[in-house]
Write a protein that binds this ligand. Structure first.
Ligand code: ATP
Length: 498
């Protein structure tokens, strides 16, 4: 087996020169990287830069070819496997087969494929076979390190693949974000690094992790800060209206178009256009968005002429974009146009250091708003809060603290108070059922139960979706999206019955 290794905290190799062959260090506390390549100076330079940026005594093993990689993976475990797709042909004839074999052998490692001028279909095949990501080469060393850091955070390898401290003290807040964790420091650094560029940004993260906050931070930190930031939520606007909301409309283009109107893209000219919940955009509008990104021009609905527009596009989704592509709900070509600078916001449960910091921040803010005096959380409550999973992320924590402040008069927040405030959200929508119907419960499909709970919450707040969403710890856009889906299902059923 052809293999070499180096340890970065002692003697990082010169980027373009051959790697020194070293024995494996006895002291083995840092991350472990396996590079599978074809002796490519470009790739080795990237890996040398990455390993210098990582914290700890990084050990890098290099093998040429997929078979050697498989052999290495059978005997040792790694934190990160970087596989140049062009070097795997000796392992299997097809890229997906080779990647699938490496994935199987590298259990627990982050597996990233590198593709030099590779086609989109090869990248998708590698992703489908289990690669965590495919990075197209060439790429700048800094962007490469950022991408690996982002993937490590996303796939729970943030601790093993943490970046060396750059001696700057951790920031407790940043452009609307509150959070001291190393994961959030990484997010702040990424925002600072990408803000000056005009390239599209693709933000991913579970609902409530702060994707809107992130988009605004990118705008505020960049050279377009003096111009407009225009956000459009692709899930909240009915499908038929989204095109005119995005690109504008001329008078008479359709019934109800009473006047010429600019769309979000035109309004954002010179500034930033934020496309939230991009995964919900339908395929025909995706084609128009792609054309806009390719040409930099828009046509209002009902108008033949083109208008040139200069916007920076930032988009966000809480869905897995690769899954959307696989299910043919999102165009691959549009994805690769938008996915130039990716940022992932880690869920709150993966950054427990932020939970109390955020809880105290919201307590201070809402207590001031409600003119009440709260001191702090009791130690027992603090550990209870830190141990929770927070599936609704920061939004759920924020709503809970807001309810606590509204429900209680002040003082120290106890575990009992938290439980009481929580029960309120859990029992929302439950009503006493007559004994007879309790005796023979009818089990409705999950979507119907969900629909009932959501509609009851909306009714309870007199039709105010924002308040209903807050009580249910959902985003308003999720409610809009679900209502649209139920309406579509209704329409389909009616058509079927006719
Ligand atoms: N790190 C943070 N610090 C302070 N507030 C935060 C942070 N993250 C999120 N928030 C707050 O949590 C709420 C939800 O954030 P945001 O709307 O940005 O989430 P999201 O990821 O876009 O959610 P969704 O996908 O449901 O739209 C907002 O009120 C936001 O201000």
């Amino acid at each position: 087996m052809m293999s070499k290794s180096w340890e970065t905290n002692t003697a990082p190799p010169e980027p373009a020169s051959p790697m020194p062959s070293r024995s494996i260090p006895a002291n083995d506390f840092g991350p472990r990287l396996l590079l599978v390549d074809r002796d490519s100076a470009g790739i080795r330079s990237l890996v040398a830069g990455l390993s210098r940026a990582l914290a700890g005594s990084v050990r890098v093993e290099i093998v040429t070819g997929g078979r050697a990689a498989a052999e290495m993976l059978r005997g040792e475990s790694f934190d990160l496997v970087l596989a140049d797709l062009a070097s795997l042909s000796d392992l299997a004839g097809k890229v997906d087969e080779a990647i699938a074999r490496l994935v199987k052998l590298s259990a627990g490692a982050l597996l990233v494929a590198l593709s030099e001028g590779g086609s989109v279909s090869v990248a998708v095949a590698a992703m489908r076979a289990g690669a965590h990501d495919v990075i197209a080469l060439p790429i700048a060393p800094e962007a490469f390190a950022t991408r690996i850091g982002e993937l490590a955070q996303r796939h729970g390898k943030g601790q093993a693949l943490s970046f060396a401290d750059d001696a700057r003290p951790g920031r407790a807040d940043f452009e609307g974000f509150v959070g001291v964790s190393s994961q959030m420091q990484h997010v702040y650094d990424q925002i600072e690094r990408i803000a000056p560029s005009s390239a599209p940004v693709f933000i991913t993260g579970e609902s409530g992790t702060g994707k809107d906050v992130c988009a605004e931070a990118i705008h505020s930190r960049g050279p377009r800060a003096g111009k407009r930031f225009v956000a459009i939520n692709c899930a909240a606007i009915p499908r038929d209206l989204l095109e005119s909301e995005l690109f504008g409309v001329v008078r008479g283009a359709y019934t109800g178009a009473h006047e010429d109107r600019k769309g979000a893209a035109e309004l954002a000219d010179g500034g930033t256009l934020f496309l939230d919940e991009i995964g919900e955009m339908d395929l025909s509008l995706q084609a128009k968005l792609l054309r806009f990104l390719q040409t930099g021009t828009v046509s209002r609905v009902g108008e033949a002429s083109q208008r040139r527009i200069d916007v920076r596009v930032v988009c966000a989704t809480n869905r897995n974009p690769m899954q959307l592509i696989t299910n043919r709900l999102f165009r691959e070509d549009l994805f690769y146009r938008l996915h130039v600078l990716p940022i992932h916001l880690p869920p709150l449960r993966q950054r427990p250091a932020d939970i109390l910091v955020l809880a105290r921040h919201f307590l201070t803010r809402y207590a001031a708003e409600e003119r009440k005096r709260f001191s702090d959380f009791t130690p027992e409550t603090a550990s209870l809060m830190t141990a929770r999973d927070w599936p609704g992320n920061v939004r759920q924590l924020q709503n809970l603290v807001r309810r606590l402040v509204v429900m209680f008069d002040g003082g120290e927040i106890t575990a009992q108070m938290v439980t009481a405030a929580d029960i309120e959200s859990l029992t929302l929508g439950h009503q006493d059922t007559p004994a007879a119907s309790r005796a023979e419960p009818v089990i409705l499909p999950l979507w119907q139960q969900e629909q009932r709970i959501i509609e009851e919450a909306i009714a309870r707040f007199s039709g105010n979706i924002t308040l209903a969403a807050a009580a249910l710890e959902l985003s308003p856009s999720t409610i809009y999206r679900k209502r649209q889906a139920w309406a579509d299902m209704d329409g389909t059923r009616r058509k079927g019955a006719a």
